[in-house]
Ligand binder design. Structure first.
Ligand SMILES: Nc1nc2c(ncn2[C@@H]2O[C@H](COP(=O)(O)OP(=O)(O)OP(=O)(O)O)[C@@H](O)[C@H]2O)c(=O)[nH]1
Ligand SMILES: [Mg+2]
Length: 197
């Protein structure tokens, strides 16, 4: 079933939507890990643009769910093919949006490619979120690419990095596996009495 979701706008830089009072649930992660794909799978339609070419999402995109909360799709960081200067600028912009813009961020969903795991900048973000007391959930995406053995290794690695079992949602935006877990989780976030669709 599709969610009641509409694309509101994509922004670069500051914009009044950032400080709209509706809470924001933010999807963040390295370029190409599948942030836009996870949003599409979650809402049941191709609302966010995804692509096999890294660096697809260039703006901060706001999707309004049930006219109540925003799902926010961020540009990915760490894309190797752009200049160092551009990467730094993007990183600063993402950090500004999360910690200084005044955005009412309700939760951060950090998406990683399960095979790659948590990168240095992911870690930096995790630490900063912890310091700012912003709740974070890890979506371990692209699990369709892993064997059972690799899944086991990934689980062990996340645990060693201090993540708790209940903070991880295992998912494949491609096959839809784990979609129900993420939806259920977000429904709880949205308030138990309010279903997303
Ligand atoms: N096999 C597999 N491929 C996936 C999965 N999720 C996303 N992809 C593919 O990964 C590529 C990148 O997906 P996007 O959703 O555009 O990734 P993104 O994180 O939004 O990328 P940027 O916007 O560039 O930061 C696309 O080719 C997707 O089809 C998954 O679960 N499994
Ligand atoms: Mg994207």
């Amino acid at each position: 079933m599709n969610m009641n979701v509409e694309f509101i706008k994509g922004i670069i830089g500051t914009d009044p939507i950032i400080t709209d009072t509706k809470p924001q649930i933010v999807f963040i992660g390295r370029s190409n890990v599948g942030k836009s794909s996870v949003i599409n799978t979650l809402v049941g339609e191709k609302i966010a643009r995804s692509s096999s070419t890294p660096g697809k999402t260039r703006e901060i995109n706001f999707f309004l769910v049930k006219k109540k909360k925003y799902l926010v799709d961020l540009p990915g960081y760490g894309y190797a093919k752009v200049s160092e200067k551009h990467r730094e600028k993007l990183k600063k912009h993402i950090l500004w949006y999360m910690f200084e813009s005044g955005a009412p961020i309700h939760r951060i969903i950090l998406i990683v490619d399960t095979r790659v795991g948590i990168t240095a900048f992911d870690e930096e973000i995790l630490r900063a979120l912890f310091d700012h007391e912003i709740p974070v959930t890890l979506v371990a995406n692209k699990i369709d690419k892993l064997t059972q053995k690799e899944m086991h290794l990934a689980r062990t690695r996340f645990e060693k990095q201090g993540l708790k079992k209940e903070d991880i949602i295992w998912m494949s935006a491609k096959t839809g596996k784990g979609k129900g877990d993420l939806r259920l989780f977000l429904e709880m976030e949205f308030g138990k009495e309010k279903k997303l669709s």
